[in-house]
Design a protein around this ligand. Structure first.
Ligand SMILES: CC(C)(COP(=O)(O)OP(=O)(O)OC[C@H]1O[C@@H](n2cnc3c(N)ncnc32)[C@H](O)[C@@H]1OP(=O)(O)O)[C@@H](O)C(=O)NCCC(=O)NCCS
Length: 211
């Protein structure tokens, strides 16, 4: 049990233990790209009301704008310079709205845009299509440390039951702490963590079955 900043006791976001009534996207991983309009609402009460919605075809410019904020954060973490154009590369968005395995989502806190996530329907490490990979995950600075990332992560794990891999770059110590906390709490510590040092990825990887 966590204590809210206003002093009231409230359960921390936890894994959903009810059977999901939502259709599995694995059977049709591109379904959300066609604007099926599904809204994922976490079934617990995070400190900040959080919703996760599939990005629609016309929303690619919004995702590209958020990708700039994400890249700016990574520039600080990784020590990147700002490109001469003043704009970071946003190749992570390429293919998200086409016929690929990458599924983009927007995160909202209350009524406001708060970030995005991209889930890949295959392992970044092995290419295994039975694995879900949290390819990108971003909560804007204006919405951080209010449980938005925790709620959104659990909603996405719920949305795609099965085997997951979540990765953090070596220098991203905040993300390492975040993912260890979220995955640890929600799997009761049943996850593997390894350091991967291969051509496709260098950093920490957690892998686990959900639920
Ligand atoms: C990492 C990130 C997603 C966290 O999002 P968030 O909404 O602020 O996280 P939450 O508020 O849900 O935090 C849940 C728990 O994770 C841990 N945590 C979150 N941010 C943390 C940080 N900066 N340092 C240490 N622990 C952290 C804490 O245990 C926290 O619980 P608490 O606030 O009760 O202490 C966000 O900081 C972010 O987008 N960072 C930049 C992009 C990035 O690194 N993405 C991840 C790529 S792998």
């Amino acid at each position: 049990m966590r204590i809210r900043r206003d002093g009231a006791a409230r359960p921390y976001p936890e894994r959903n233990t009810e059977p999901s009534s939502r259709p599995g996207c694995r059977a049709s991983p591109k379904q959300h790209l066609l604007g099926c309009g599904e809204v994922l609402v976490p079934r617990y009460h995070p400190r900040m009301q959080t919703t996760v919605t599939p990005a629609k075809l016309g929303e690619e410019p919004v995702l590209r704008n958020l990708a700039q904020l994400y890249a700016y954060d990574f520039a600080e973490i990784m020590g990147w310079d700002i490109p001469d154009s003043g704009r970071f590369p946003d190749a992570i968005v390429d293919g998200c709205f086409g016929n690929t395995s990458r599924c983009p989502f927007f995160l909202r806190a209350g009524d406001h845009l708060a970030g995005f996530a991209i889930v890949d329907m295959r392992s970044r490490l092995t290419g295994d299509e039975s694995v879900h990979d949290m390819a990108e995950f971003f909560v804007a600075r204006t919405s951080r440390r209010r449980g938005v990332g925790a709620a959104a992560a659990v909603a996405l794990f719920d949305r795609f039951p099965g085997h997951w891999e979540v990765r953090q770059a070596d220098r991203n110590t905040a993300a390492l702490a975040f993912w260890r906390a979220i995955i640890g709490r929600n799997t009761a510590g049943r996850f593997d963590e390894v350091r991967h040092d291969g051509p496709g990825w260098r950093g920490t990887v957690q892998s686990f079955d959900w639920p």
